[in-house]
Write a protein that binds this ligand. Structure first.
Ligand code: SAM
Ligand code: SF4
Length: 334
């Protein structure tokens, strides 16, 4: 029998999947209140993919038509060998874009190496410009270290740097204008993210802390003019331009504005689970296939192609209930 393996991933709803997000570690040097419990138990080494396995999977996905890979975590830059992995993945033929989501803590040293490894764009998380609040929100983070990381990345000259800010009512919601001003002053972009109910958090009530994108827009309108961007992307961010600045402001609104119909992405967890949707548990175990005695790259490819059949149409989040998704964001690859 001569079966040709397709070079494109398409799901039941006709969506092409050409974007893979890979979580390369569940560990992190921060403990952000919305992402992790204070006392986290991390996975033992034998349960997580080795860097070689991650590279092998990245290569396979690129052969199946994936054009963009985002490396995330946990904090990707705290994994030993991460920078070498960036170099390897960045050199894959057929990959158009390698990008990174980071908390910024390691960027002073990592930024030049990432740039040399072909990383095009960085997303750097920054929820507040107040050092005390930063400590409260991240529990272990140091604001100045992150600001230095942002400055170092700007100097290196990535195509684009974007800040990601998760906004929680009564924690940092009063800072949205200052964060945008910081982005304008630094000629970078910023996205505001509504908190998603992933994992059980003990420090705050998610329903009470919910601050919608519409509320943020209304706050920003007091100080800035936002004009809907005409640039079309598949991203869940809805972008606006601020005239006479280089800054775009994005809103990621999993609760108030559903973005599933144009979803082009899947996620690989550090345990080797391929998640077909952020807000559902539909997944397949790629680690099992990689480590099986009768492994073949054809079997791996076929399993990935078959997984498209179970990609759900949309996510179901309800901020008022305890999460149906018990994995934390650091396990998910946000
Ligand atoms: N450690 C890196 C960082 O913080 O950028 C990468 C991983 S982190 C899980 C990726 C993004 O997810 C961050 O921008 C973070 O703010 C966001 N995030 C974490 N938990 C979240 C939640 N429950 N709801 C919404 N966004 C969340
Ligand atoms: Fe770490 Fe990022 Fe989660 Fe914060 S959001 S705890 S930096 S993985």
């Amino acid at each position: 029998m001569n079966t040709t393996i397709p070079t494109k991933l398409t799901d039941r709803f006709g969506r092409t999947v050409d974007y893979l997000r890979i979580s390369i570690t569940d560990r992190c040097d921060f403990r952000c209140v919305y992402c992790m419990a204070e006392d986290m138990t991390f996975l033992p080494r034998n349960q997580i993919l080795s860097l070689e396995e991650i590279y092998m999977l990245a290569k396979t996905f690129v052969e199946l038509g994936v054009k963009k890979i985002r490396i995330t975590g946990g904090e990707p830059l705290v994994r030993k060998g991460a920078l070498e992995l960036f170099q390897q993945i960045g050199a894959l033929n057929g990959l158009h874009e390698l990008v990174l989501t980071t908390n910024g803590s390691q960027l002073v040293t990592a930024a030049p190496i990432l740039k040399a490894a072909n990383v095009k764009r960085l997303n750097i998380s920054l929820d507040t410009l107040d050092a005390t609040k930063f400590k409260e929100l991240t529990r272990t983070g140091d604001l100045q270290q992150v600001l230095n990381g942002i400055a170092a990345s700007k100097k290196v000259g990535f195509e684009r740097i974007k800040l990601n800010a998760v906004i929680l009512k009564n924690r940092n919601h009063k800072e949205v204008c200052d964060l945008v001003q910081f982005a304008i002053d630094n000629e970078i972009d910023i996205s505001f993210i509504e908190e998603m109910p992933l994992g059980v958090v003990e420090k705050h009530n998610r329903a009470e802390a919910y601050y919608s994108s519409d509320e943020i827009r209304a706050d920003l309108a007091q100080r800035f003019t936002l004009i809907q961007s005409t640039e079309k992307t598949n991203a869940p961010s809805d972008y606006s331009d601020i005239p006479n600045t280089k800054t775009r402001v994005g809103f990621i609104s999993p609760h108030s504005h559903n973005f599933c119909s144009t979803c082009n992405r899947v996620r690989l967890t550090v345990e080797g689970r391929l998640l077909l949707c952020l807000g559902n548990e539909h997944s397949i175990d790629l680690k099992e296939i990689l480590r099986s005695p009768d492994f073949s790259s054809e079997k791996l490819k076929q399993a990935i192609i078959d997984s498209m059949e179970i990609k759900p149409e949309k996510h179901e989040f309800n901020i008022k209930e305890q999460p149906i998704i018990l994995r934390y964001m650091n396990m998910t690859g946000g």
